[in-house]
Write a protein that binds this ligand. Structure first.
Ligand SMILES: N[C@@H](CCC(=O)N[C@@H](CS)C(=O)NCC(=O)O)C(=O)O
Length: 156
């Protein structure tokens, strides 16, 4: 990171040099959600993408929701606390408030639905659980300690 992901070869696969990138025989793919969509369809259509146009749209809806309302606000909160971005108290307050709004909506939906869409696991559940995984950070004790201290703020 910071070396090979900035090489001309890597920038040909992702012009902003970020991971993840997947190399396929037909070409490279960047952006984690695009990669997830590709992998889920690689062996043909299946229930991960729903079984009707409305289910497909609702899966896309929850993927966008999870990325823009959950993941983006988690990162706006988490990145400055980790020293990856400048800290601003009002910006942190706004991120926490937006994150709570998103999590409350998710909680309400899942209180009466076992899955985000339909009656089995779809790509929406997989993307959402990957985004929420930050809350269960394993491995690095320093990161876990910061996540634990931040989680206290989310308690009702
Ligand atoms: N929207 C991108 C975000 C990718 C991203 O932020 N990757 C980070 C690691 S988690 C990265 O490559 N950072 C290196 C950099 O910013 O140069 C996705 O979902 O794939």
């Amino acid at each position: 990171m910071g070396v090979t992901n900035k090489s001309p070869e890597f920038l040909k696969m992702n012009p902003i040099g970020k991971v993840p990138v997947v190399e396929t025989p037909e070409g490279a793919i960047f952006e984690s959600n695009a990669i997830a969509r590709y992998v889920s369809r690689k062996n043909g259509e299946n229930s991960l993408n729903g079984s009707s146009l409305i289910e497909y749209a609702q899966i896309e809806q929850w993927i966008d929701f999870s990325s823009l309302e959950i993941d983006a606000n988690m990162l706006k909160w988490f990145a400055p606390r980790m020293g990856y971005a400048p800290f601003s108290a009002p910006a942190e307050e706004a991120a926490i408030s937006a994150l709570k709004r998103g999590l409350e909506a998710l909680n309400t939906h899942l209180a009466s639905n076992s899955f985000l869409v339909g009656h089995s696991v779809t790509l929406a559940d997989i993307v959402t659980i990957c985004n929420l995984k930050l809350f269960h950070h394993g491995g690095d004790e320093a990161v876990s300690a910061i996540v634990e201290s931040l989680l206290i703020v989310l308690q009702p």
